[in-house]
Design a protein around this ligand. Structure first.
Ligand SMILES: *Cc1c(COP(=O)(O)O)cnc(C)c1O
Length: 225
C-alpha cells in the first residue's frame, strides 16, 4: 500500500466512525481513533501524521522505542497507546514511552507498573484487558475475576484504572463480547472502552466503544502480525 493509500484509508475510517456515531446516536467526539501502526515503519506513519492523526497504537515496546521518539520530535502532541501483551520486565520502558496502556491483565504487571509510575512520576492511563472469550492463549483477566483484579489494582497497588479493553475470539461474532465489556465497565463506573478493530469497529461503536483500534483498514495488510 502506498502512502496515499494510508491517507485515503484514514479518511475512510474517520468517515465510517462519523457515520456509525450518527447511526447509533453517539457523540462522534466521544470516540477516539487509535491508528495501529505496528509493523509499519516511520515512513509509512509520516503521511498519516501529516494528515492530522495524533493517537497511535503499538504492540511491541522495542518497535515503538525505535520508531516513535524521532517522530515525536516533530509531532510532540502525539499520544501513544500500548495495545500489545506487556512483559513485566518492560514496565520501565512502557511507562517512559506510552501515554496509555490497554493491556494491564495480571498482578505481576500491576505491581511492576505501580513501581515505575511511582519512580518516574509519569502516569500513563491504564485499561484492564478482559479475556471475554476465556481463550487460554490470549492475555486478559477472565470476566469472573475482573471485580477482584480492579479492587486489587486500587487497594493493593494504588493504581487508578480508567477502563477496559477486549479482543474477541476471531471465530465469534464480536457483539456479545463488546456488550459484556460494556456491562463490566458500567458495573465499575469505568468510562473508557477500548474495543473494535478494522473488521468490527462499527459494532463496537454501537455497543459503546470510546476507543477503536484500527490498523489494516488504514495502513493495509501486515506481512507480520
Ligand atoms: C493489531 C491489533 C489491532 C488492529 O487490528 P486490525 O485488524 O489491523 O485493525 C487492534 N488491536 C490489537 C490489540 C491488535 O493487536
Amino acid at each position: 500500500m502506498s502512502e496515499n493509500d494510508a491517507v485515503e484509508g484514514l479518511r475512510q475510517v474517520r468517515e465510517a466512525i462519523r457515520r456509525a456515531a450518527s447511526d447509533y446516536d453517539r457523540d462522534p467526539s466521544s470516540i477516539t481513533l487509535v491508528a495501529v501502526s505496528k509493523t509499519f515503519p516511520a515512513e509509512a506513519v509520516e503521511p498519516v501524521l501529516a494528515a492530522g492523526q495524533r493517537v497511535f497504537g503499538e504492540n511491541y515496546v522495542q518497535e515503538a522505542k525505535a520508531k516513535w521518539p524521532r517522530l515525536r520530535e516533530r509531532y510532540p502532541d502525539v499520544e501513544l497507546h500500548m495495545i500489545g501483551p506487556l512483559q513485566s520486565n518492560k514496565a520501565r520502558e512502557a511507562v517512559e514511552l506510552f501515554d496509555a496502556i490497554h493491556t494491564l491483565d495480571r498482578p505481576s504487571l500491576a505491581e511492576a507498573l505501580a513501581k515505575e509510575i511511582a519512580r518516574q512520576g509519569r502516569r500513563p492511563r491504564l485499561l484492564v484487558q478482559v479475556n471475554t472469550g476465556e481463550e487460554p492463549q490470549k492475555g486478559g483477566v477472565a470476566p469472573g475475576e475482573v471485580d477482584a483484579f480492579l479492587d486489587a489494582c486500587r487497594s493493593r497497588w494504588g493504581l487508578s484504572v480508567e477502563g477496559l479493553m477486549c479482543i474477541p475470539p476471531a471465530e465469534d461474532p464480536p457483539s456479545p463480547h463488546f456488550a459484556l465489556l460494556n456491562t463490566l465497565a458500567q458495573k465499575h463506573g469505568l468510562k473508557t472502552l477500548s474495543m473494535g478493530m478494522s473488521a468490527d469497529f462499527d459494532a463496537a461503536i454501537q455497543l459503546g466503544a470510546t476507543h477503536v483500534r484500527v490498523g489494516s483498514a488504514i495502513f493495509g495488510s501486515r506481512t507480520k502480525v
